[in-house]
Design a protein around this ligand. Structure first.
Ligand SMILES: [Zn+2]
Length: 272
């Protein structure tokens, strides 16, 4: 349940800087324009995302880029300070994530798919899922400096689609519903482009603006699956103890699409 005395609050809890933009950027812009407060938490600041900078340098650069991108959306940004390829769902990391999430106090959280192409994403998903449960437990102490109070309730939890729409075995993971992002695609692409170091890196490597083109391609593919131009996919966590009300589906109402019947064709499901 959202608190009627304040604007609803959505937190994207992702592994790395740029994951939120790539997977759910268009959805975030829709919610922002509906008056939602948006927050983005990344587990790491992307300290392994470079072939030319030191870990410390690229971490600083990518943190600043993530902040700039969040500013462009008008979103709060927090980083849990974990390291790339060392995101693990353990007690120490859990405390940091719960602390950050309590500071934002979300009504809805979107994280990675529980099954994804890399362990960082899957562990970030586990951390976010477990953190949602712990947020409102007053006896759960984060042991951080000046800790935020426990929240009033457990937020509704949603999962973005895995990267490329498949799990680590290459099997297609279909979303529960699609969000038509045709109207917000350009904002999503612009926000993603603010992760300049990643864009430049891929540009030098591929000779084309692959970073942005790939995001456009993926959104178009989801669009084809749901009968609109561009889309993103989401699933809702329906397990015991988490809100099952369709908060996002209701808020995004006119933008919600479902899978087209032609999609039973497996050819399209594996088309890149
Ligand atoms: Zn990532």
């Amino acid at each position: 349940m959202t608190d009627a005395s304040r604007a609803p609050r959505l937190l994207a809890a992702m592994a790395h800087p740029d994951d939120a933009e790539i997977l759910i950027g268009g959805t975030l812009f829709h919610l922002k324009s509906l008056g939602w407060e948006i927050g983005i938490v990344t587990m790491t600041s992307g300290d392994c995302g470079s072939a030319s900078h030191s870990g410390e340098e690229i971490s600083r650069i990518r943190y600043a880029e993530a902040k700039t991108a969040a500013d462009y959306l008008g979103a709060w940004y927090g980083c849990a300070g974990l390291m790339d390829v060392e995101i693990f769902a353990n007690a120490q990391n859990q405390r940091r994530v719960v602390e950050l999430m309590r500071r934002f106090d979300p009504d809805v959280v979107i994280t990675h798919s529980p099954a994804d192409y890399m362990v960082d994403h899957e562990e970030a998903s586990r951390l976010a899922r477990s953190a949602c449960f712990a947020l409102s437990m007053p006896l759960y102490q984060t042991r951080q400096i000046a800790p935020a109070p426990a929240t009033k309730s457990t937020p509704a939890l949603y999962y973005a689609d895995p990267v490329d729409g498949v799990d680590a075995m290459g099997d297609r993971v279909f979303p529960h519903f699609y969000v038509d992002i045709t109207g917000t695609l350009e904002n999503k692409i612009k926000m993603l482009g603010l992760h300049k170091s990643q864009r430049d890196w891929l540009l030098a490597h591929h000779g084309i603006d692959e970073y942005l083109e790939q995001a456009r391609r993926w959104s178009a593919r989801y669009g084809r699956e749901s009968g609109c131009d561009y889309a993103e996919g989401l699933r809702q966590h329906m397990g015991h103890g988490y809100p099952r009300e369709p908060l996002l589906q209701d808020a995004l109402n006119s933008k919600i699409e479902s899978r087209t019947t032609e999609l039973r064709n497996p050819q399209l499901a594996t088309d890149h």
